[in-house]
Ligand binder design. Structure first.
Ligand code: G6P
Length: 362
């Protein structure tokens, strides 16, 4: 539908797509509900997941970062050991495979050549495949055994936003249903918690002005920035850094908080911006410890925490959501901060230099 891809009153597709995230999450809940209001995915897809002794997630860019979160779902919800691989690396550097692998390709476009190359190779080896994509009828979808759709609507901005949150939500649903198909339970009501996450996402997209202010405050004069987290927050920190570097050209690095002392802390100077995610209660004290360490060396830190575990001085507190779903919400302030950093620097937000929406060459 052409009207879906109009910018409307938005100055950029990226801002429009950031804004669409709460609606996309609600759309996904709907799309995967059956007439009894229960989450549903076709039996063959669930059998493929439960028939595997190990899942190999293959993806590139932002989709790879969604895959890192997806791994946590496949392991914690469905109990299937899962590895996540960058498709271009896997292409020529294949790890030792398990006896019954399932390959899960995550690709917004369904056209990324690096990922397709892996699909071709594993099909030659006779292994089953599942593609999670936004584009029905895309190459990866056509050529793999199973497809699960994102229902995010067309994503036009080169920097991926709503596809990332959609991928995480859909992977969560898949893993939860795989668990249920085995007669197990994930211990919480996923429909309800996704609904809460959609509302929380709405709260965050409504805080644009505040995020613009923070972006200016933290990034106006900086040539670099660091994003740290632990556990699920670590995965989101990688995505936060990617967003910032791809559209604002500020050199950004995301890494695990515990790795600071093994190298990166050497780069901390007076005023270096550090975005620290602290939405995971178990590791929140550790990440707060990291913030103190970088603070002692002059860093300017922005803690992104969650209601219930927030502390005084946290610059961004997201509404309380189920901790496993926190990435759906905590990534939004990072997307907005990147957007405004790029905007203030006069960058071409929707079409950053040297990048393409979908890379169809290896
Ligand atoms: C390109 C885009 C990225 C995207 C990556 C993977 O590099 O610029 O935003 O994350 O491809 O794309 P895919 O369509 O496979 O998710």
């Amino acid at each position: 539908d052409a009207t879906d891809i109009e910018k409307g009153t938005y100055p950029h597709y990226m801002l429009k797509e950031i804004d669409e995230q709460p609606a996309v999450l609600r759309k996904i809940i709907q799309a995967y509900q059956n007439e009894d209001g229960e989450l549903h995915v076709d039996r063959e897809t669930l059998d493929a997941i439960n028939g595997a002794d190990r899942i190999y997630i293959i993806a590139a860019g932002t989709s790879y970062h969604a895959g890192l979160v997806g791994k946590e779902y496949f392991e914690k919800f469905a109990g299937v050991p899962t590895e996540v691989h960058i498709s271009s690396e896997f292409g020529y550097h294949m790890p030792l495979l398990s006896d019954k692998p399932l390959f899960v390709f995550i690709s917004q476009s369904g056209e990324t050549a690096d990922s397709r190359q892996v699909l071709v190779r594993i099909k030659e080896l006779g292994h089953p495949s599942l593609t999670v994509t936004n584009v029905a009828g895309s190459t990866l979808s056509r050529e793999s055994d199973h497809t699960v759709l994102l229902h995010a609507g067309p994503e036009i901005a080169v920097a991926s936003t709503k596809a990332y949150t959609a991928q995480i939500a859909v992977l969560g649903i898949l893993a939860a249903l795989a668990s249920e198909a085995k007669g197990k339970t994930i211990g919480f009501d996923l429909i309800q918690e996704l609904g809460i996450a959609a509302n929380a996402a709405q709260t965050m997209v409504d805080r644009k002005e505040e995020m613009e202010g923070l972006s200016f405050d933290f990034l106006e004069l900086s040539r670099n920035a660091f994003f740290i987290g632990r556990g699920l927050d670590y995965h989101v920190s990688l995505e936060g850094a990617l967003k910032l570097k791809e559209i604002s050209y500020i050199q950004a690095e995301g890494f695990a908080g515990g790795e600071l002392k093994h190298g990166t802390i050497a780069l901390i100077e007076e005023g270096t911006p550090v975005f620290a995610l602290a939405t995971q209660e178990a590791v929140s004290p550790n990440i707060r410890g990291n913030v103190k360490e970088v603070g002692a060396r002059g860093a300017k830190s922005c803690i992104i925490s969650m209601e219930g575990i927030q502390e005084e001085g946290d610059r961004i507190v997201i509404p309380a959501v189920h901790p496993m779903l926190a990435p759906l919400v905590s990534v939004i302030p990072l997307q907005l901060i990147s957007y405004y950093a790029a905007l203030h620097r006069g960058c071409d937000v929707d079409k950053p230099r040297n990048l393409a929406k979908s890379v169809t060459v290896e």
